[in-house]
Design a protein around this ligand. Structure first.
Ligand code: AOS
Ligand code: ZN
Ligand code: ZN
Length: 381
């Protein structure tokens, strides 16, 4: 039963994880990185080939701009993967210095909206059903712009995008506490994202990026709440030590990841309607193994969360047995699920050890020899 649920898990990897990335101090180029979106999909297909549970790839526009998106989607299918969420980008043009959809100038707002609508066209062409919206919009100084007017402009743009969505399409609105804006961020928290989505309807949901909160925030509470309201659309998984670090999920705090998965499962969110996406950059570690490890980290946390004896937990909770209830959770968390996952992989016709199998495969040696002058992912430019 647990194995069946794990076999059905789907974790989406991001195209930008495969390109060169870094911090604002330095981008360290790696060997064999993809030179175009086609090669990013090929690398993502490797992650799926060795884990068996990463069959979709998020694209980022314009980093993954191509002439023919239907052809790109066909290429993905030929590689055994599919195009996942389309991520919009209204943060890297000079025009967006003071914002995109919340910019005081209607000309800039129109340009930003045009891009978002183009992303829906790309969804149509690729068969993607999810648009991910993250806005870097905000202000740096008190008085710089009118906080309320910016909310009005945001609402107007979101309504226009919502209107354009097809019946089987949705958008996920992402919040982030701060950065690049440091005084006001126009979508700083789940409450703001939730309020905008609630007004629009079922096709607007919130995405929780695990790196986008203040230290100490109880993310699993947010997850439980949004699920209860039918407004949790998915995750951007990554780890944070300090701010939006975009490090490998489950590296900084595997226990938090377990607690999140426990709420997802308990709240009925374990299924295709809640997207498990990675939003990471591998600045110093090799990229494909970094993604394989991350997929495995999510899988391990999920397995542990599925192991929780929910009946025993409910009984302890009813009895007011504080320590007993906590022990039920900790028993599951402290279980070594690696043998179970190894068995599962063998049943799926995979190597029980994806990291070692990838290393042995020779794929890295092949791309290192073939690809010269790989592209930067976009971050840290
Ligand atoms: C930015 O901080 C957000 O996490 C975005 O989700 C994402 O990293 C970016 O849009 C890349 O697509
Ligand atoms: Zn994100
Ligand atoms: Zn982020």
């Amino acid at each position: 039963m647990i194995k069946d649920l794990l076999r059905g898990q789907r974790i989406e990897t991001p195209s930008w994880a495969y390109g060169n990335s870094g911090t604002r101090f330095k981008v360290f180029a790696q060997q064999g990185v993809p030179r175009d979106p086609y090669e990013k999909l090929a690398d993502a297909a490797q992650v799926h080939a060795f884990t068996g549970i990463a069959p979709t790839v998020a694209l980022h526009i314009p980093w993954d701009r191509v002439d023919d998106y239907a052809a790109l989607a066909r290429h993905a299918r030929d590689l055994g993967v599919a195009v996942g969420a389309i991520n919009s980008n209204v943060f890297q043009d000079d025009d967006y210095k003071l914002g995109s959809v919340t910019h005081p100038d209607p000309v800039v707002r129109r340009k930003a909206l045009g891009h978002l609508l183009e992303c829906v066209d790309i969804m149509d062409a690729t068969g993607s059903d999810t648009l991910k919206l993250w806005f870097s919009d905000g202000t740096n100084y008190p008085g710089q712009d009118d906080i309320r007017a910016r909310q009005d402009r945001l609402a107007e743009a979101l309504a226009a995008v919502y209107e354009r969505l097809g019946d089987d399409q949705r958008f996920l609105l992402e919040y982030k506490l701060f950065e690049p804006a440091f005084y006001v961020t126009d979508v700083p928290d789940w409450g703001t994202a939730y309020a905008h989505c609630l007004k629009l309807g079922d096709k607007a949901q919130v995405v929780v990026d695990t790196g986008h909160h203040a230290p100490g925030t109880n993310i699993e509470f947010i997850v439980a709440f949004l699920l209860r309201e039918g407004k949790l659309g998915g995750f951007d998984f990554n780890s944070r030590f300090y701010a939006d670090d975009d490090l490998m999920v489950g590296a900084a705090d595997p226990f938090q990841l377990f607690r999140i998965m426990f709420e997802v499962i308990g709240g009925g969110g374990y299924g295709p309607h809640v997207a498990f996406m990675l939003d990471q950059c591998h600045n110093i570690e090799p990229k494909i193994p970094g993604q394989i490890r991350s997929v495995m980290n999510v899988q391990e946390a999920t397995a542990k969360a599925l192991l929780v004896d929910r009946e025993a937990l409910a009984a302890a909770q009813r009895a007011g047995d504080v320590l007993g209830a906590n022990a039920v959770l900790m028993d599951a968390y402290n279980t070594d699920v690696r043998p179970l996952l190894g068995e599962l992989r063998e049943e799926m016709g995979l190597d029980p050890d994806p990291m070692a199998a990838y290393a042995r495969s020779g794929y890295f040696e092949k791309i290192a020899a073939e690809r010269v002058g790989g592209a930067q992912a976009g971050w840290g430019a």
